[in-house]
Structure formats: C-alpha cells, structure tokens
Write a protein that binds this ligand. Sequence first.
Ligand code: HEM
Length: 428
Amino acid sequence: MTGTINSAHESKADLPAYPAARAAGCPFDPPPTLYDLQKQGPLAKVRLMDGSTPWIVTRYAEQRAVLADPRVSSDVTRPGFPMEAQVMGRSGSGESAAGPAPSDTERGPAGLSFILMDDPEHARLRRMVTAPFAIKRIEAIRPAVQVIVDDLIDTMLAGPKPTDLVEAFALPLPSLVICRLLGVPYADHDFFQENSRTIIRRSATREERGAALKRLLDYLDNLVGEKLDNPADDLLSGLTERIRTGELTPQGAAQMGVLLLIAGHETTANMIALGTLALLEHPDQLAILRDSDDPKVISGAVEELLRYLHITHNGRRRVALEDIEVAGQTIRAGEGIIVANDIGNRDPEAFPGDPDQLDLHRDARHHVAFGFGVHQCLGQPLARMELQVVYRTLYKRVPTLRLATDLEKIPFKHDGSVYGVYELPITW
Ligand code: HEM
C-alpha cells in the first residue's frame, strides 16, 4: 500500500467526512473524496456524522476480500458498527442498501432483517427464501413482468405529458412484481402499493412510515393465515411449510415479506429512473439499447448500468470481530469498516479502459453493485430480469422519450441511503 494511512491528516477532525458530496455537474460519479482516497491506497480512515472514525475500503480487490471475510459482522447492534446518518440516534438499528432497518423490537424472534445478522442465523433465515429467487423460477415470471411493463407504458402514454417517470413507471413496477411473487391478490394491489410508497416517501413522517409498515405487516400476517389454509404457488405459501415445521412463526413469514418488499422496491425503482436519466444523457448508449434485440447486449447493458450508477452509495457497513490484516494494515476487533463499493466499481485495476465512462459494451459482470460475500443481494436475479425487460422495452416503445426539464433541475437523492432521483419529468 502507498504511504501511511491518511498521512496528510493529523487529527480526527481533519479526516475526510463520509458520506462525501458529489462534484457539481457530475451526478453519476462518486464523490471526488473517494477518488482521492482510492488513489492514495486501498484503506483509509473517515469521519462519520456521529464523530466515529471507521475504516474505509476503496479498492475493488480489498473490498471483495473484506466482504468475504467471516471475521466481519453485519450486526448493527455491535459496538463500533458504523451507523448511517439517517438512523443515528435510533437505538439498535441501522439502515442498509436494502432500505430502512427495523428496530430490535420490530426484528422479532423470527428476524425481519437477516441482512443485519451474521451466520449461522443469517444463513438459516436466508435459506428459507432462496428458492423463489433461483434463476429458473425468476425466468418463469419474465412474461408476466413483460405484461406489467407494457401495461404501465400503455397507461403512461395514454395520460397527460409531461409526466414523472418515477410515479408513472419506476415505482409501480417493482411493487407489482413483488405482489405477484409474494402472492398478494390483485384486488389488494392498491393498498399494498400505497403503503409501500409511504414507507419510502421522502415527505412521510416517522409516524406515517411506522403506521404504513404496521398496516403492511398486519395485512401480510393475515394473508399468511389464508395461505396456511389455501396454499398457492407463491413465496408466502412456500413459507407456510416452514411454519408447519416450527422453523418460522406466521409473524416471521410476514416480516420476511416486508423485508423483500423494502429491499426490492426502491432499489429497482431507482435503477430504472436513474438509468433512464443516464441513458438520456448518453444518447449514443441509449441507441444501443433501442436498436438491439439481442438478449446478450441487453443483459450486458444492465450490468454496466449497475456498475456505473452504483445506487447503494453509502457503502456496505461492517464491524471487525477479530483483528484483520488488510493491505498490510491491521483493522482491530471492534473497529467499524465501510466498504465503498461505488468507488470499487470505478477501480481501473478491475475495470480497465476508462471506468468513468458509461460503455454498454463493457464486460462489467464482476461489478460489486449487489455487494459480495454471504450478504450478496438475494434478489439479484429478479432485479436483473426486471431491468432487462424495462431497458429493452421502454426506449423502443417510446423512441422520442426525452427530459422535460433541465438536468440541473432534477432532484437527486443525495440524502437517501439509496441514490437516484426523486422525480424524473419526461415527455415524448
Ligand atoms: C437493482 C436493484 C438492487 C440493488 C442494487 C441491490 C443491492 C443490494 C446490496 C448491495 C446488498 C448487500 C447488502 C450488504 O452486503 O450489506 C443487497 C442485499 C439484499 N437484497 Fe438487494 N438489491 C437490489 C434488488 C433487490 C431485490 C429486487 C430484492 C428482492 C425482492 C432484494 C433483496 C435483497 C435482500 C433480501 C438482501 C439481503 C441479503 C442478505 O443479507 O443475505 N434486492 N442488495
């Protein structure tokens, strides 16, 4: 590694603040501070809003090594865990790539959020929902997702313009897909969508969010009860088997449903809206998608957009359980670690050529936009399939799609734990 860690900084107050701001006019690039830190070496120290000073891992190879290391923990309740600003002050909880994390009491015995747990409990719970996300099962619902995408585009085109792509298309799609996967009856879609939206709405108060979460949990709890009596071919019905064997409570099954909803909703929605904006800003790249029907080109484009945009921009958060050597430096037991995968996805060692260019023909499959190691995104086959359907359909069906405002006026989610745009006014 090059030089001493943060050698230019003498005191804690001088350490770079994290998260750092993006450069003006560069909404798709990680903050300049992260480029600087990556140039200096794979490991540095940063200062969080609560004054703590965890390690930050900035280079791709070291990031994968840390995320695959069983001596690091995802348990937010451990002392030293580097908390995200949005949830500082909330006891025993954190916020992750996959959305807001529940409090200890919300977690319950069956564990709402295995994303914030370590093995073996994490693995035990994750295994219960692995099968529905297997590639074969996800491919089986591709035609149904195509119908949802086409219907949403039909409705959008029949409505007034300009319109907001986030409201009209990007948010409803993942919500409708997760409804299908879980087995939420069609008649309840509106209720389900309305409450999911409240949970992720910027203007919602904590009380409103809590009430919406409770309504969804109660609803899913009820639905699990119905599936126990009348199982169908869906994820919640699959979980009823675990209830029968005593591995899971009905409440645990409902909590798992909410976790999947939260983890898969805003992430996919942001990739749709921010991806569309990035493509509109790179018309030569947009043309590749509009002009191709080759599934390989489409799936390659999805991987490159995931790499380039890296929406889970606040880093994978961990705490060391033992002393760990990383790039010749010892991270002590109990010290916090932030794995900044957004800058890892721009590491020239891992992505030769110009990693700051959006290049849909690049082989970007080894990106870390879904994380790495045991917590690597469970829903990635679903996210990939949804994005492939969207990216191969939207720009062909709406070839004149364009921004209805200036780039400078677009409200970016700098403050969100998942990056994207709050609104995307478009016309055609
Ligand atoms: C483009 C969309 C998505 C992105 C960028 C994304 C990103 C991520 C990342 C980075 C992690 C790792 C968290 C960590 O290591 O701490 C993760 C975990 C997870 N994601 Fe996703 N995700 C997406 C879509 C989805 C979808 C559609 C679902 C399911 C419906 C989902 C379910 C999960 C779950 C359950 C975990 C926790 C896995 C575990 O802890 O074992 N995600 N996601």
